[in-house]
Write a protein that binds this ligand. Structure first.
Ligand code: FER
Length: 253
């Protein structure tokens, strides 16, 4: 396994970011690096994140799984994370991956809040991103923050609290809410002209169906794949999900 993967703490921003770099299956010389990001409270060992990395490797790509600020083994604390900070990190990790030997193209893949952050990064660096795989992207977060409703809890959107308790003792700060209020994922979709795969379960309990449909209309070149019966993390449907990703990475490899 030594030649196949390496774990690193990258210093591309002001905190160390934990990444795992995996080379393609079969010793092929890779030209495409697929960067894969988890969602809110997620990490790189979740089954759907591992499956995305495996699909990229099977398609002959480098798979680079990364844990973003305040998550997994990366630096920072959960309570201090914000979505714009994740977007800055994705920019920096993309630049790092683009400089790997032999790499010609960078593809971004993100689940849920990580998918939202990928969309925002791609929009402002459109020419540098060869394609996107958006996995149930959490595009309803900004609208929820503007309305004063996140994670099933209410707050006054004009007087954002300093602390916002979520679950299992995890608390967000006002900065998460305030910065989320200013994000516009649907304009970000219109700003990106490259190829986009959008995957979502028909039984997603977190992201409404209309969000995926509206996003697919906003992107210039988007394939929307519904996974029948699948929930937000594709529990019990990871094989179908992985097959869709594999076919997409084959096209972009
Ligand atoms: C929310 C709904 C979903 C929210 C965050 C998410 C902070 C993120 C989900 C994920 O990344 O899996 O109201 O508020």
């Amino acid at each position: 396994m030594k030649d196949v993967y390496t774990d690193r703490l990258l210093e591309v921003t002001d905190v160390p970011l934990h990444v795992r770099l995996e080379m393609p299956e079969g010793g092929k010389a890779p030209r495409t690096a697929v960067l894969i990001f988890h969602g809110f409270t997620g990490h790189m060992e979740e089954p759907h994140v591992i499956a995305a990395a495996q699909a990229a490797r099977a398609a002959g790509c480098i798979a680079l799984r990364a844990e973003l600020y305040g998550h997994g083994k990366s630096g920072g604390t959960f309570r201090d994370h914000t979505i714009p900070r994740w977007v800055d990190e994705i920019d920096a990790l993309s630049a790092w991956a683009a400089a790997l030997p032999g790499v010609k193209r960078v593809v971004l893949c993100g689940h849920s809040q990580g998918g939202l952050a990928v969309m925002l990064s791609a929009a402002r660096r459109a020419g540098e991103t060869a394609g996107l795989a958006l996995l149930s992207p959490a595009v309803m977060i900004p609208e929820g923050a503007r309305r004063g409703e996140l994670l099933g809890q209410r707050f006054d959107p004009s007087r954002v609290p300093d602390e916002f308790p979520t679950w299992e003792g995890l608390t967000l700060r006002g900065a998460y809410l305030r910065t989320a209020q200013g994000l516009d994922p649907f304009s970000a979709a219109a700003a990106y002209r490259g190829p986009v795969l959008l995957v979502q379960g028909t039984e997603d309990e977190v992201v409404p169906r209309r969000c995926a449909e509206e996003l697919a209309e906003r992107y210039a070149d988007c394939r929307l794949e519904w996974l029948p019966g699948a929930n937000h993390c594709y529990d019990g449907h990871v094989a179908e999900y992985a097959a869709i990703l594999r076919a997409w990475f084959d096209v972009l490899a």
